[in-house]
Ligand binder design. Sequence first.
Ligand code: ATP
Ligand code: MG
Length: 583
Amino acid sequence: MAPKIYTSQFPSVPVHDRSLFTHLFHSTPGTNNVGGYDGSLPAFVDAPTGTTITRVQLKQLALQLGAGLRAHPALNAKRGDTVLIYSANSLTWPVVLFGSVAAGLRCTLANSAYNERELAFQYTDSGARLVFTSEDGAAVVRATLKSLGLSEREADKRIIVMTNGLDWVGGPAAPIKLEVSKLVKVADLLKFGALKEEEKFDRQLANETTYLCYSSGTTGKPKGVETTHRNITSVLDMVKPAFPPLDLAVDRLIGVLPFYHIYGAIKLLHFPFTCGAPVVIMARFDPVQFCANLDRYKITVALVVPPILVVLARHPAVEQYDISSLGRICSGAAPLGAALSKQVIDRLTPKRKGQPPMIIIQGYGLTETSPTTHLVLDKDAQRKVGSAGILLPNLEARLVVDGDGDGNIDAAEGERGEIWVRGPSIMKGYLNNPTATKDSITPDGWFKTGDIAYRDSDGYYFIVDRRKELIKYKGFQVPPAELESVLLTHPDIADTAVIGVNSAREATELPRAYVVHARPDTVKTDAQKAAFAQSVKKWIEGKVARHKFLRGGVVLIDVIPKSAAGKILRRELRERAKEELAG
Ligand code: ATP
Ligand code: MG
């Protein structure tokens, strides 16, 4: 049977034959314009100090940094070399990233919380040689490189420090830590002139790998994903028609998602730049700092992950600051239940006195899809709450029922299937892993997302859960994400995660919920905990179908383990459950 292919409702956008750098920073000759906007507009702002980099400064700094990477005698970087970036978010990030891109290097972005072992894996796997790191990260990088057999002298020749001081961009200076004083610093690279136009190898670069992000490692070991210049230039233009235009006089975004994850990298470092709007950069998420910065910088747009919405729904800091400027929130990377969206809207809209109500939309995508493939339109935010969006331009999708088999069977209209997508933003492949690439991309170009969804008659997709996370209770499928969103509506539950546990006796999987109590001081004794768990188990029976009852138990926990990119670390909970059930 012919596959049932869904196309985008948007007209296609042109796919470019040019490098990412040109795409971002092209100028009109004889003007001060950068990337189509006034070069004097602020591009990025450092939240703690207010230090700003304008568009024209960023272009210049990137070209200088690119020249320095090539010309610095200790570094001698060549086109196609891989550099690793290991740092919390900072104003130096866009300079380092775009400078490396300008020089035709490949950038691999590492989780800034990685330890030596984790960093060693990515450093080796990605084939990186040079490492950009913060002053804090330098010790970990040194130890990592030594653990890989390099002498201290050799190791030090591979490290470039992103210093805490911002004097090199006109911001405040800060004393440099003694341990890193001898290492090459970003500011040192700015002294070698600037790359010239012809050094951008435009056309050739289009199909080359520019980013090597790693998938989050939710389902197994993180996989290196080869993302090309064209993947990124395409996705940036594909998102635009679905994202309402930003008002450059008013709109400011908060740069709080980690830049090492493709979501933060593309949607905060690249996308707002192509729209002309500034991003205020925070090192990492902290509820109080987050609200304080929303207030101080009158932030209007926030791209977030669901755990940040949990904070906005419940944290007292929301009352301590004036965050009424925040009018639009876009959530992605993990499932967001309709109930949580509603709680945030109910809390924040009344604060917006006289302004349009708060809008919360979702986007969906994967590291492998650069990342966004679906986005909810603002106008449909309320009508389609809970949806992950409609398909972006230039993309096609299928909902496949037999993903493990031939992939010949598509779901009937409105039924569930695994999302397969095809288009210019799909990765080149997994790095050094042709088998995984072959398993995930069909010969005719369909990428298998591993996520189960259905599509309504308006073309809106609703993610049910990951194919591999579905709990199989006696032949019925139970999506943990759905149970979690129901549990989050319980007044005493602050956070939750559901996993499947094996029952040998019943020869099936059983849904088991881990829950964080909203007022932990009220459930201190074992008896109180047991009573609460029992009450939750009973409570859910009034809310869901029989096969979804929490037969695997309800367990109180202090915090749900989550990654900085907002994913529940279910593997940790599975380990824990194994111990609990064995003990
Ligand atoms: P790994 O592939 O290493 O196991 P990962 O899949 O979590 O990790 P990412 O590429 O960071 O790594 O995340 C993509 C996944 O995130 C998607 O496959 C999907 O399961 C989930 N996701 C993203 N956006 C949404 C959304 N809006 N709703 C539900 N799930 C989402
Ligand atoms: Mg994945």
